[in-house]
Design a protein around this ligand. Structure first.
Ligand SMILES: O=P(O)(O)OC[C@H]1O[C@](O)(COP(=O)(O)O)[C@@H](O)[C@@H]1O
Ligand SMILES: [Mn+2]
Length: 649
């Protein structure tokens, strides 16, 4: 069954009977351990401070562990202080230093407590896995402290000796910081980000840096992420779109300081073109102030309008070039009566609130002026030169996809386009129709082609154009709405034309049988599987619930994004899947002090499904791979024993 060549290759890593046998023993032991804890987040929308807090605190689970361990021995206030120390060790140590007379004593007590917390969070991992996460300079000491028997009288003095030596060597602060970070890292085994890292909030770039440094993370692309990926692939409409979103949410720090996108040409153009225009409909939302790159609101409004008009022109051009997208209704600039200042949409005429279009010629509304053309090319050049954006987009590709099947759960941001009768919608691309999993696989391929194919490849342009469709096309699984009503929101006062209708998916998937059908389409076991969705904020204020379809379907966009908190009433969810249960942490709005520390924000944690039996590693996807490895190692052992392969002593 195993071919000789494969076993020969394996024998390089395990050259003797002894090494192969001990690896088999090791792997079999791992299989029996409880599975690691998976954390699911969605719709982070650039909110780096709350997100980093959720990572550091394992969304409240570290605090829950502290309460468990020290329930009867230390006060609630001390538990709270210990939690803050674990999340923000450096800052909190400075605080303590100012507050306490005997810092050395505090260090001693704290180190003991931290070792206890660390023992608790590392309990379900092998010693070797924990060692791999340890800071190199303290690995030996932490290992000793974690694995000794503190009740043994001889060992007891040995441990206090270690603690005292750390203090005497002046290393206590460093040790405390390192063990706090180790506790953070051990608390989250895998991280799943179900889309929309980008737009609205201040610094998605900081979130991306954090994700890149995290040990195990996957990202299911959201419509906002794909738009940045499209921009990085050179799609001009996507470039205009991400700049428009950035300017409209006042995230100049991200654009200029983070990604080094030079907006000087845009500001000069906007000031000249919209000199006398107050651009009232384009005043930016100010959710956060910029730290490095302040832009006056009046100027920002002009820049916002300038890039929006360019975007609508570029979008109109794409729509005309691709009748197969079926998006003619969105070619809005060609539907305007420039003389009357009205627009005809779906048979109704609406008056525009802003009728000033100095760069649009009514005979050719989609044509960029020479200045607009130069401007968008300049911006595009800036995008292609941004090394940090390149690094982040590469990570989105290497660790991401349209969907992910993991441990019998199906993760995606938006939806699987469906019909009203609960069957998969058929979508035509080129000459072929696609649906369900095949459709998602095909568009994943197109997304890779957009970024990776060489410029002269004939398929490159098709794929790059399609990135814009994925951002806002009606059958895009990342978007899942009938239209993106950006134009209507800017230019029309009536509410009705700006309504965006959700794909039938969002209604039919409330039926458990439909969820089961979707899970099976992706080769998952519908009895134990779940679908985990982002994208649509759960309006808790209005009584909506994140758990749907009799527990098969989770919507976990609870509004980490400040822009959505008035709609949801909370500050986001984390779905947590450990060996015993699935639970949802519901977060309260985050308030940080002047040092950036978020205190007293322990979420409400609700258990949503208790596992029938404790889930071991053997039952997970990693476990399945381990089982295959055990099988091949056993085959290698046989080959060593019957002499087909020689040991390399
Ligand atoms: O209110 P904003 O930030 O202008 O954005 C509104 C647009 O964002 C969208 O909700 C898409 O963003 P999400 O994927 O975050 O929902 C559109 O449907 C809508 O037109
Ligand atoms: Mn979204």
């Amino acid at each position: 069954m195993f071919d000789q060549k494969y076993l020969e290759l394996l024998s390089v890593e395990y050259p003797t009977i002894g090494s192969a046998a001990s690896e088999i023993i090791n792997l079999k032991a791992i299989q029996c351990l409880p599975k690691g804890t998976e954390y699911f987040f969605s719709d982070l929308h650039g909110e780096y401070e709350p997100f980093l807090h959720l990572l550091k605190s394992a969304s409240g689970m570290i605090r829950a562990k502290i309460d468990n361990i020290f329930e009867n021995s230390i006060s609630d206030e001390e538990c709270s202080q210990l939690a803050t120390l674990i999340y923000y060790p450096e800052e909190e140590i400075e605080n303590i230093k100012c507050q306490t007379d005997n810092f050395e004593d505090w260090c001693k007590v704290t180190m003991y407590r931290l070792v206890q917390v660390c023992k608790e969070v590392s309990r379900k991992y092998t010693r070797s896995k924990v060692r791999k996460k340890m800071p190199a300079d303290f690995a030996y000491i932490i290992d000793e402290l974690l694995h000794g028997d503190h009740l043994d009288i001889n060992k007891k003095s040995y441990y206090s000796k270690i603690i005292h030596s750390i203090i005497d060597a002046g290393m206590a602060e460093k040790f405390i910081c390192k063990i706090c970070v180790l506790i953070q890292h051990l608390s989250i085994d895998n991280l799943h980000i179900i889309g929309d890292v980008y737009d609205r909030g201040p610094r998605p770039d900081i979130i991306m840096n954090e994700l890149i440094n995290f040990h195990d993370v996957d990202i299911e692309w959201g419509n906002h992420d794909i738009s940045w990926m499209g921009a990085a692939s050179g799609n001009l409409a996507c470039i205009a779109n991400v700049i428009r979103m950035g300017v409209s949410y006042n995230t100049f720090d991200l654009l200029e300081d983070g990604y080094g996108i030079n907006l000087r040409a845009l500001s000069i153009f906007a000031l000249e073109t919209y000199k006398e225009d107050p651009c009232e409909r384009f005043l930016p939302h100010i959710l956060d102030e910029n730290k490095y790159d302040y832009v006056d609101v009046q100027l920002a409004a002009k820049m916002h309008k300038a890039i929006t008009v360019i975007q609508f022109k570029l979008e109109g051009q794409l729509i005309k070039e691709h009748p197969e997208y079926g998006m003619d209704e969105r070619n809005v600039l060609e539907k305007i009566n420039y003389e009357n200042g009205t627009i005809e949409l779906n048979g109704s005429t609406y008056e525009l609130v802003d009728k000033n279009f100095p760069t649009i010629s009514p005979e050719a509304p989609l044509k960029l002026t020479d200045e607009e053309e130069v401007l968008i090319r300049t911006l595009a050049a800036s995008f292609s030169r941004s090394r940090l954006l390149e690094k982040h987009v590469k990570f989105l590709y290497s660790n991401g996809g349209v969907y992910k099947c993991i441990n019998n759960n199906l993760l995606y941001h938006g939806c699987i386009p469906m019909e009203n009768n609960g069957t998969f919608a058929r979508v035509k691309i080129g000459e072929k129709f696609y649906k369900g999993k095949e459709y998602l696989d095909y568009i994943t391929q197109l997304a890779y082609n957009a970024y990776n194919l060489p410029l002269n490849s004939p398929d490159k342009k098709e794929a790059t154009d399609f990135m814009w469709y994925l951002w806002c096309g009606p059958k895009s699984p990342l978007f899942g709405k009938s239209k993106m009503a950006a134009f209507e929101n800017y230019f029309i006062l009536e509410k009705e034309p700006s309504e965006e209708n959700l794909d039938p998916y969002y209604r039919v998937s409330l039926d458990e049988d439909v969820c089961n059908m979707i899970l099976e389409e992706f080769g998952l076991d519908s009895k134990s599987g779940h679908i985990i969705n982002g994208h649509v904020p759960v309006k808790i204020i209005k009584g909506e619930k994140p758990v749907k379809a009799n527990g098969k379907l989770f919507f976990i966009d609870g509004g980490i994004s400040k822009a959505y908190q008035p709609k949801t009433g909370i500050a986001g969810y984390t779905l947590i899947y450990n060996s015993k249960q699935l639970s949802l942490a519901e977060h309260k709005p985050f308030q940080n002090d002047q040092n950036g520390i978020i205190r007293d924000n322990t979420p409400k944690i609700m258990s949503v499904e208790i596992m029938k039996e404790r889930v071991t590693v053997a039952k997970t996807d990693v476990g399945k791979r381990i089982a295959e490895k055990i099988e091949s190692l056993e085959e290698l052992l046989k080959a060593y024993k019957d002499g087909t392969i020689k040991e390399k002593n």
